[in-house]
Design a protein around this ligand. Structure first.
Ligand SMILES: Cc1ncc(COP(=O)(O)O)c(C=O)c1O
Length: 390
């Protein structure tokens, strides 16, 4: 098809040309001085993105590897982990924890709400034996477009006076939604490259608090490749214990520069405008957003519920064939019932306008009942002077 494909899934996201060009350089000696300078640059920049002064480590892995690193470095066989059924990714992390031999206490959920901090406080207050060693939360549930309030969860843990570690998945929020690893008292933040960081897939991150590093000294789950200790040690001089993904690190340096140059506050405000405009479009179409609580709306993606009797995957297929745009599928138990519009990363007003136009035309082409005017509502929202960049 002529023109550019619209990649509007909630990650992997569009990789900016600047980042693509940065990646397209000769690979260098990963034990030489030029690499050390690159690594230090990247690691320092990442600390700014995570808003931490503590170590951040980078794995040549997808986000799933970074999930595993968070668990195996901090926990021992049989340790209790409090997890929440916020959606598909929370359940996959739970499955991993079970496979690793952890005892998961799962709080059931309806996939339309985030983690309730009151529930965290009550559960931890009732854990008198201190069997729960970690609370694991997905900040932005990519399968549902629902966020959880991490700062409030930290306060809930503190209110219960409980020593559990706080592990947070920011795989689809880092670099798009406000996130403060240090200020919010998170012990391990899990991230990856292919969403808000605007890179191809292939890098996983852990930001690690002093408390988590201390826990790692006595944690007994088997670990080797993902062990923090040799990574943090070698990173101090700008090196890695094994061959790093050199070219992705070139890209990461460029992506971090872009975020810092724009200003993180502006990046977050930009995503908020996209989230707001998209939600106004959905409301004008007469359709429903999956997220049930406006306080938990995601500015990264919007999951839209399909009217009964209509298959979201058939709609997505038509949008792909007719307009060359990829939208996110309903995952797990939401398959066929929702579609997800990604509005994150290297993205601007006109790209959103094009995306929503594709959705509106697709609804018509697929014979889905809707009211026209969603795109107009979104455009009105985007030109609203109150929503203009700070
Ligand atoms: C919130 C969340 N957690 C974890 C993952 C898994 O990451 P990956 O597919 O990079 O292994 C994803 C992937 O989309 C995700 O969105």
């Amino acid at each position: 098809m002529p023109g550019r494909h619209f990649l509007q899934i909630p990650g992997p996201t569009n990789v900016p040309d600047r980042v693509l060009r940065a990646i397209a350089q000769p690979t260098i000696d990963h034990r030489g001085p030029a690499f050390a300078a690159l690594a230090r640059d990247v690691l320092d920049g990442l600390q700014r993105v995570f808003q931490t002064s503590q170590p951040v480590v980078i794995y040549p892995s997808s986000g799933t590897g970074a999930w595993e690193a968070a668990l195996v470095n901090t926990l021992s066989p049989g340790d209790g982990v409090l997890m929440f059924e916020t959606g598909h990714f929370a359940m996959l992390w739970r499955d991993m924890a079970l496979r690793l031999g952890l005892q998961v206490e799962l709080v059931p959920g309806d996939w339309r709400h985030g983690v309730d901090p009151r529930h965290v406080e009550q559960t931890l207050a009732g854990d008198r034996e201190r069997t729960i060693k970690a609370v694991a939360v997905v900040h932005n549930e990519t399968s549902t477009g629902v966020t959880s309030r991490v700062a409030a969860i930290r306060r809930a843990i503190d209110a219960a006076g409980h020593p559990a570690l706080l592990l947070v998945d920011t795989i689809s929020s880092l670099g798009s939604l406000e996130y403060r690893h240090d200020e919010w008292g998170v012990d391990v933040t899990v991230g990856c490259s292919q969403k808000g960081l605007m890179l191809p897939p292939g890098l996983g991150f852990n930001a690690i608090s002093a408390k988590a590093q201390k826990a790692a000294a006595s944690a007994r789950l088997p670990r080797s490749y993902f062990d923090w200790e040799p990574m943090v040690r070698d990173n101090a001089a700008g090196f890695f214990p094994y061959t790093p993904a050199t070219n992705l690190l070139y890209g990461l340096r460029e992506a971090v520069r872009m975020l810092i140059d724009e200003g993180l506050a502006n990046v977050f405000a930009r995503h908020h405008r996209f989230g707001e405009a998209t939600r106004r479009a959905v409301a004008a179409w007469g359709l429903e957003v999956l997220c049930a609580d406006p306080e938990e709306y995601s500015d990264v993606l919007t999951a839209v519920m399909m009217p009964a009797g209509h298959d979201a995957d058939a709609f997505r297929r038509i949008v792909l064939e007719r307009f060359d745009m990829s939208l996110g599928a309903g995952l797990g138990r939401l398959k066929g019932q929702i579609f997800r519009i990604g509005h994150l990363g290297d993205f601007n007003d006109l790209m959103l306008a094009g995306t929503l136009s594709g959705v509106e035309m697709g609804l018509a082409a697929a014979g889905v009942p809707f009211m026209s005017g969603g795109v107009t509502a979104a455009l009105d929202s985007l030109v609203d002077v109150r929503s203009v960049r700070l």
